[in-house]
Design a protein around this ligand. Structure first.
Ligand code: AMP
Ligand code: GLY
Length: 427
């Protein structure tokens, strides 16, 4: 089968690497891809906002499956437009992608189906939102309704901060994404992510992970897209996993089907494990980045076969097989990230740093005029390793980081610290 992968980050490099290992794959194309993806796929300079151009390319190349990495094209209806043209696509319809594209939509679904989540209010004007925030009291959380590239959430420890966030949303800080606002109760606990492959009816558990959103060691400093992750998430015990499936994911799948928007694609549940049980923080409708990188390292099954089954509604009775190992990824970012990252610094030693248990996925990289690998974004490399324990995977990943020569980059030194501490305590 010929496959077209949409996207250009570390998540898509990990998907390309795993798809390339499938005996079912004939040719892999990626749009637009990156220099790491180019090792496994032919990269094509398609504009992913131009759905007609993607459909035309898919027909010309006899593409049997389009795999969409990021959320924006899904929310914009890429899957609908390809499907309408008779092209098979892995990823939700725009109506189903509202689970990520509208926080208010998801909260209302939770309310209708008694899915445990933070108490909330949904507002289209500042006065009502401010009144509700006052009523809840600090700490309180303010969220722009739509996609805001991970910047639309304010966890306010003081009421004033929440009120300013509400005003900023309605003054246009997030454009159309902030025309509506969700104000919700603050949840306390440890966060974890649980992934599912979905075919409209069945949600197949597809691994757990924990990430590190803050830029600095000890989970300090500003939020980022994620500075590292590991899988599995030891805090999600089999009992908690069963509760999440029963209380959160299964009612969501039923609710979406009832709403006329059955969910197919990757459902990524962001969870808070509170003392009263698991609560849904938010859904995403695609793999996490960098969580996907650790999942792909652990996945033993043929990814293409699973995605193909999801598209055909054949996930019932299928199980994914996983290596009995942990995986951990360290994000190397360009200096300045998450503010303004410095572009163009030269990176060397990447090939030498990879090994049997270490894969280095490219995110924001490019080749310069003389063919040297350079930084071209904020998050640049994902140094990803496996091991018997998170501690071992971490040691291997940091050893590989040490072999990469990139004065223009930096990384956190403590990725996986929670799991490492748990492993130490367990002896
Ligand atoms: P983002 O990834 O930018 O959407 O940020 C979401 C993050 O905000 C989550 O990962 C949580 O850390 C935090 N968050 C969101 N909602 C809540 C909540 N109700 N209570 C506590 N923290 C929250
Ligand atoms: N790493 C968090 C995300 O992909 O949303």
């Amino acid at each position: 089968m010929n496959v077209l992968l949409i996207g250009s980050g570390g998540r898509e490099h990990a998907l390309a690497w795993k798809l390339a290992a499938s005996p079912r794959l004939a040719r892999l194309y990626a749009a637009p891809g990156n220099p790491g993806i180019a090792r496994h796929a032919e990269c094509v300079a398609l504009d992913i906002a131009d759905h007609a151009a993607i459909a035309a390319f898919a027909r010309e190349k006899g593409i049997g499956l389009v795999v969409v990495g990021p959320e924006a094209p899904l929310v914009a209806g890429l899957a609908d437009d390809l499907a309408a043209g008779g092209i098979r696509v892995f990823g939700p319809s725009a109506a189903a992608a509202r689970l990520e594209g509208s926080k208010g939509f998801t909260k209302d679904l939770c309310a209708r189906h008694s899915i445990p989540t933070a108490a909330y209010g949904r507002f289209d004007n500042a006065a009502a939102a401010r009144a509700y925030a006052r009523q809840v009291g600090a700490p309180v959380v303010v969220k722009a309704d739509g996609l805001a590239a991970g910047k639309g959430v304010t966890v306010a420890m003081e009421l004033d901060e929440a009120l300013s966030a509400i005003d900023a949303c309605f003054e246009g800080a997030f454009g159309a994404a902030g025309a509506e606002v969700v104000v919700e109760e603050f949840l306390e606990g440890e966060e974890a992510s649980f992934f599912f492959l979905c075919d409209g009816t069945v949600a197949l558990p597809f691994g757990t992970a924990q990430d590190h959103k803050r830029v600095g060691d000890g989970d300090t400093g500003p939020n980022t897209g994620g500075m590292g992750a590991y899988s599995p998430a030891p805090v999600l015990t089999p009992e908690l996993e069963a509760r999440v499936i029963r209380e959160i994911v299964e009612p969501t799948m039923r609710g979406m089907a009832e709403a006329g928007a059955p969910f197919s694609g990757v459902l990524y549940a962001g969870l808070m494990l509170t003392k009263d049980g698991p609560r849904l923080i938010e859904y995403n409708v695609r793999f996490g980045d960098p969580e996907c990188q650790v999942l792909m390292l652990r996945l033993e099954s043929d990814l293409l076969e699973l995605l193909d089954a999801a598209v055909d509604g054949r996930l019932g009775g299928i199980e994914a097989r996983w290596r009995d190992e942990a995986a951990l990824t360290v994000v190397m970012a360009a200096k300045g990230y998450p503010g303004t990252p410095q572009k163009g610094s030269v990176i060397s030693g990447v090939a030498e740093a990879a090994g049997a248990d270490v894969q280095i996925f490219h995110a924001g990289t490019a080749l310069d005029a003389s063919g040297r690998l350079v930084a071209a974004g904020g998050r640049v490399l994902n140094v990803t390793a496996s091991g018997r324990t998170v501690t071992e995977a971490s040691a291997r990943a940091y050893e590989a980081v040490g072999r990469i020569d990139w004065p223009g980059g930096f990384c956190r030194r403590d990725i996986g610290w929670r799991a490492v501490e748990r492993e130490k305590a367990a002896g």
